[in-house]
Each structure stands twice: as structure tokens, then as C-alpha cells.
Design a protein around this ligand. Sequence first.
Ligand code: SF4
Length: 199
Amino acid sequence: MRRLAKAIDGLAEPAVEKIAKDQQEDPFQVLIATMLSAQTRDAVTAAASARLFRVARTPRSMAKLTPAQIQTLIYPVSFYRLILAHSSQENICVDTHVHRISNRLGWVKTRTPEETEHALYRVARRRWWPIINLYLVTWGQNVCRPVYPLCPQCVLADVCPKVGVTRVGRPVNEQRSEAGGRRSEGRGRRSEAGGRRSE
Ligand code: SF4
């Protein structure tokens, strides 16, 4: 920690730390800036927070703004529509999983989650919008993982072009049996070593 203390001296601070200092550590503003910082680059968080706090710095003044006004002020932070909290049927919440899997499936061809969100509005039927996030995040955490996706056991394998996938993971049962094999091999080595000792 002492080495890091010296090494970070002079480097740019994380946006939320900087906002906390600039706003005299006002808890409301730190909370809002922290929410805006989710999946958002620091420079974007800092600029969005500054725009918002110029117009409204307190819960009371912020409550007077319309959602559209707030969206305009904080755009383009990643989650500028807070979709789940209001059960929105109108938006698609795109995080890293939705971005990655939509591209692997060939639904979109995009470089950023922001581009993916807008591309999905064009290609996905509206009735799926509210649940795309739920389905793809669940799939991304369990099967279509960032590295070594489990394509051989994926229910979409026959319709998925697997765009950008170079190496796939092995099915869980194969991993288990291999781990079991390694364990018994380990036991074998131990007993072999035991044998050598007794020799
Ligand atoms: S087949 Fe592979 S790349 Fe395609 S969705 Fe399934 S796990 Fe992801």
C-alpha cells in the first residue's frame, strides 16, 4: 500500500472520488455520480455529473426535472435509462453480456454496448425488448461466457454463427470426469510415492 501511495501520486483519480472532493463530499451527489458511473468511462461520468449538478444538486431540485430532462443531461452514460426500476417496456438494457452475445449470434455487428442497444431496437421484435437483458445476461453468466463459451451444450448452437468465437469450453460433465481422473491420478501418484518411501 505504501508503494502504491507513492505510485498513484499525480495520476488521474477515479471520477467518483474527484466528484466527492469537488462537491465537498455531498452524499446525495456522490450517490448519483456512483450510479452514473456503472459501466461508464470516467470521463463520461464526470461530464454527465457536472451537467446534471449544474441544473439540480439536491433531491428536491432533481425531483422537479422530468425523466426526459434527466436523460438529456446524463446521456451518454451507459445506463441513462434506469429500466428495471420502472418496468420499462420501451427500452433494452444492454450490458457487456447483451453486447457480446448479440454480436456472437450475428443479431448485430457493433463495437460498443451503446451501438448494440440502438441496433437491437432495429432488429429485435418489440415484445422481446423488456426481457432480452434477463435472457442474455443469464445465458452469458452460465453458458455463453466471455471466454470459452460452452457452445457444444448451447441450445442455440445450431442457429448461432458464433461470430468471433475462437475457442470453446468443454461441457461441464467432461470437465467433472477429467477432474475426477486427475484426482484419482493424484491418488495413484501419492500411493506410488508412498511405495517408494516404504522401499
Ligand atoms: S452457440 Fe456459443 S457463441 Fe452462440 S450463443 Fe451459444 S454459447 Fe454463445
